[in-house]
Structures are given as structure tokens and as C-alpha cells.
Design a protein. Structure first.
Ligand SMILES: [Zn+2]
Length: 166
């Protein structure tokens, strides 16, 4: 059975006792930027309920132009004021580097991506880089940012000191 069929069946179950009616603005006025990693169920691991937070995910949980776009909408249109970054241990982006990744794609498809994969070696350092990029953005009204790294072996988050090593 294709995965999508299992997912559509699961949704039937989900919708059976569904309570709608939540406002579009997140109740806890927070936006989470996180890696797409399949081992991070962000709502339970951060104690969030449906309707509490925006969750913006991409490979690595890195701050890209599109991350800024989403955060700007989150803050200006939907009222969020805090940003929580969640990187993690054993990330897929630590398994390659930008040049090797571009080579891999080019060899397989003939097309070399014009965008960097944004690989990194040190998750804490990449969280600090993300915080720096957010602080530099002229579009955000709130720069109340907490950067974290999730340990996929223990389930624990640790907070990254944004100014360590600076
Ligand atoms: Zn990851």
C-alpha cells in the first residue's frame, strides 16, 4: 500500500473527533524554525498543542530567504513574537558538504543547483549562525530568539549560547 493511502486512512481517524474553531494566530505567539528530521515531533517535544505555534521546517532548520519570508508573515500578520530554533545531533546536513552535494546532484541529473545546500559540521555553531542571520534581518519586529540543539539519542534540548566564541 502506498504511504499516501495509509496517510489518508489515518486522517479519517484523526478527523473523526476533530474540534475546529481555533484562531489562525498562534496562541503562544511563537514561531519554531526546525530541521525536517523525521525524529523530531516538534509539538510533543516542545509541549505544544494544536494552534500554539508556527512551525517552519527545512533541511537543517537553517535561515534562508524563505525562512525570513515565513517569519515576517508570522510576526506582522499573525502576531508571533518569539522565535525558537531547533537544530539537532546526527543531522543529514552534517553528512555532506556543499560542493560534494552539488556534484552529487549534477552527476545524477545533469543540473547543478545554483543554491547552496547549507551543510554544516557543528550544530551549535550553525544555530549561532542562524541567530546572527535573524538579528541582521531588517524585516522582523521581534528578535526574541532562543537557539537550541536536540539530541536525537536522549530526547533532550540544550540551549545554545548565541555569543559563545564570539
Ligand atoms: Zn537535520
Amino acid at each position: 500500500m502506498p504511504e499516501y493511502e495509509r496517510m489518508l486512512a489515518a486522517n479519517e481517524e484523526w478527523a473523526r473527533d476533530f474540534q475546529g474553531g481555533l484562531p489562525v494566530a498562534p496562541a503562544r505567539k511563537v514561531a519554531v524554525v526546525a530541521c525536517m528530521d523525521s525524529r523530531m515531533p516538534l509539538f510533543p517535544l516542545l509541549g505544544l498543542a494544536v494552534g500554539d505555534a508556527h512551525v517552519i521546517r527545512n533541511a537543517g532548520g537553517v535561515v534562508t530567504e524563505d525562512t525570513i519570508r515565513s517569519l515576517t508573515i508570522s510576526q506582522h500578520v499573525l502576531g508571533t513574537r518569539e522565535i525558537v530554533l531547533v537544530h539537532h545531533t546526527d543531522c543529514g546536513l552534517q553528512k555532506t558538504d556543499d560542493a560534494s552535494f552539488a556534484d552529487l546532484v549534477e552527476q545524477a541529473t545533469g543540473a547543478r543547483p545554483p543554491w547552496p545546500a547549507r551543510t554544516f559540521t557543528d550544530a551549535d555553531e550553525d544555530v549561532r549562525e542562524s541567530i546572527r542571520l535573524l538579528r541582521e534581518s531588517p524585516y522582523l519586529v521581534s528578535k526574541d530568539i532562543c537557539g537550541t540543539v536536540y539530541d536525537v539519542e536522549t530526547g533532550r534540548l540544550h540551549r545554545v549560547d548565541p555569543d559563545a566564541g564570539a
